[in-house]
Design a protein around this ligand. Sequence first.
Ligand SMILES: Nc1ncnc2c1ncn2[C@@H]1O[C@H](COP(=O)(O)OP(=O)(O)OP(=O)(O)O)[C@@H](O)[C@H]1O
Ligand SMILES: [Mg+2]
Length: 398
Amino acid sequence: MRDVQRIAIVDPSDATREPLRNMLLGVESVWLEAECSRYEFFLDVIRQSQPDVVVVALDADHAKALQLIAQLAQECPHTPILAVSGRGDGQSILQALRSGAKEFLTSPVVLEELLTALQRLHRARAPGSGSGVNGAVKADSLVIAVAGARGGVGSTSVAVNLGCTLAQNPQYGVALIDLDLALGDADVALDLMPDYTLADVALNIERLDMTFLRRSLCKHSSGLSLLPHPVQMEDAALIREEHLQRVIGLLRASYTHLILDLSKGFNPTDVTALRMADVILLVSQLELTSLRNTVRVLLTLGADPALGEKVKVVLNRVGSDADIGLKKAEDTIGKPIFWQVPNDARSMIESRNAGVPLLQHAPRSKSQQSVAGLAQALCGKGEAAAPAAKKGRFFSFK
Ligand SMILES: Nc1ncnc2c1ncn2[C@@H]1O[C@H](COP(=O)(O)OP(=O)(O)OP(=O)(O)O)[C@@H](O)[C@H]1O
Ligand SMILES: [Mg+2]
């Protein structure tokens, strides 16, 4: 179920009310309950509409607006107040907060700041509400970067199937960004023909809002939303780190789970994604090149503690005849294996060729069961049920 935040705004000035209203209308999980152009009438409006949050713009008349905030705080102590003003000096902020506002934003309001403030208010109102909401006011988000230790190791398979699996939870909103900018194939794996891609987003970065961004995502029948790589290979160069920072920032405020399918180039956009991720899944296999590169990647990322501690090694295609032993691999890597996905050529390859994710193509396959376990482990619910590094654990998946 979506968690919508019902908002009422008051601003006597059309010039500032309209852009704020349009910005709020673009946020999927915001419902604009009431809009008022007179401070005098707003208290009645609130009594009738009982919104979750009220937004009071101060600049038309600071004295009246502050008085209104004080009245609102007294009469509706459980309805948080967000004050907005072009004056962002300490004195103005203090006055608003002392009158009873919970948050203060300087206008012109920046979308990311608005989303963050709404999140904070939501969290304060419903402490411990968890990550089970879909939209800009969700309590928490989990950004999962999926990197690979070599080409073809299975990162896209893990990213796409993990995304579709998480999207099964009606309380989650899940999006995947294909950051393999030149040769990505998340769209092929999901058989989606996107109208827009990351290149359109980058070209319109200055006027990017939630409406535009949401329109750029392509929805799969599993519920997963995809922001695809550019269609033209040369457009990959359009996407810079600052674009990606903005896109990830906005999407993480709008979705409970954001999955980033990285290229194998460890280029600047990949590094931005690694930095912004909460968890880095490093997909590897039990063969020499993968293990050697896993050690190299761990060493490089480990040099930056902020990155190193986020890395979890996921072994893919475990159970092939030529596998190096798990114990030996763990000793080489020097870190426990977080998860193992079994070798399941038939389901995986057929599912990829059909452009249908495992949970629709082969829901009972051992690879899908493993991905489902990974999803649970990442969301903190299933680690006890499916410990990763136990030798042969995956053989119990039938
Ligand atoms: N667990 C698995 N069992 C069997 N085959 C698998 C498994 N995981 C992935 N594959 C197959 O391996 C191939 C490569 O997978 P995938 O495209 O996901 O790798 P990748 O790391 O994203 O590749 P790239 O480097 O091109 O981005 C695909 O054909 C896929 O079907
Ligand atoms: Mg890939």
